[in-house]
Design a protein around this ligand. Structure first.
Ligand code: ADE
Length: 236
């Protein structure tokens, strides 16, 4: 069972996400336990303030340290060797998320995902309470919520017993360091477009080598960096 706590100022964004689809199934099957917390519940002023203007000036607002550190410590305990949870701040400054890290995170006991908003988070939150910063890509979102959902979906689908067919995680080209090739389903002809003959042949060996070749072709064209990484990895 993977326990996941989310700290956000927009908890309602997670409601349908947590209920439906594979994430909902993972929770129903007891493989994951997702709890979403409103950061404002850890404020102590009448206005439930979570942000303030940046020291040194500049545009936008910065998330205040007190509510965030209080929330994180309530959910994960104090930062240090005795902490059982992994506290992750979603931010464009983080290390970029890749499938390998997703699989490591899926093997953790407890993740606490902290969604930043506004122009950033007071650095003391990161220093005092966060274990790691993760980015989901080199673009800027308005906040960490969508990034947290990406981590939740990517990790929960890796949990044993979540996907109906375990082969769909093991057989993925991504695990082999390649993009998936094209897929087809019925009907055999659609708007004048057929389906590659080999897929209808029933010859599993031929199908497998056709898929591998298409995956390699597509990866060379779209993500040549993955091929280079793969060759580097194979040389080890
Ligand atoms: N918050 C804003 N942009 C983000 C990104 N690219 N990844 C993770 N968190 C973010």
């Amino acid at each position: 069972m993977l326990r996941i706590d989310v700290v956000t100022i927009f908890p309602v964004l997670f409601e349908p996400f947590a209920r439906e689809s594979m994430v909902g199934i993972a929770c129903q099957r007891g493989k994951a336990d997702l709890k979403v917390h409103d950061l404002r519940d850890w404020t102590s002023d009448r206005h439930r303030t979570v942000d303030d203007s940046p020291y040194g000036g500049g545009p936008g607002m910065v998330m205040k340290p007190e509510p965030l550190v209080t929330a994180i410590e309530a959910l994960a305990g104090e930062k240090g060797p005795s902490r059982k949870a992994r506290v992750i701040l979603l931010s464009p400054q983080g290390r970029r998320l890749e499938q390998e890290r997703v699989e490591q995170l899926a093997r953790e006991e407890h993740l606490v995902l902290v969604c930043g908003r506004y122009e950033g988070v007071d650095q003391r939150v990161i220093d005092l309470a966060v274990d790691e910063e993760i980015s989901i890509g080199d673009y800027v979102l308005c906040g960490g919520e969508v990034a947290a959902m990406a981590i939740i979906e990517a990790t929960t689908r890796m949990l044993p017993g979540v996907l109906g067919n375990p082969e769909s995680t093991e057989w993925e080209s991504f695990q082999k360091g390649l993009l998936e090739g094209p897929q087809f389903t019925r009907p055999p002809e659609f708007r004048g477009q057929g389906v590659p003959e080999v897929l209808l042949s029933g010859d599993h060996g031929k199908v497998a080598s056709w898929r591998e070749a298409r995956a390699l072709e597509r990866t060379k064209e779209r993500r040549p960096d993955l091929i280079r990484t793969r060759q580097d990895g194979e040389g080890d």
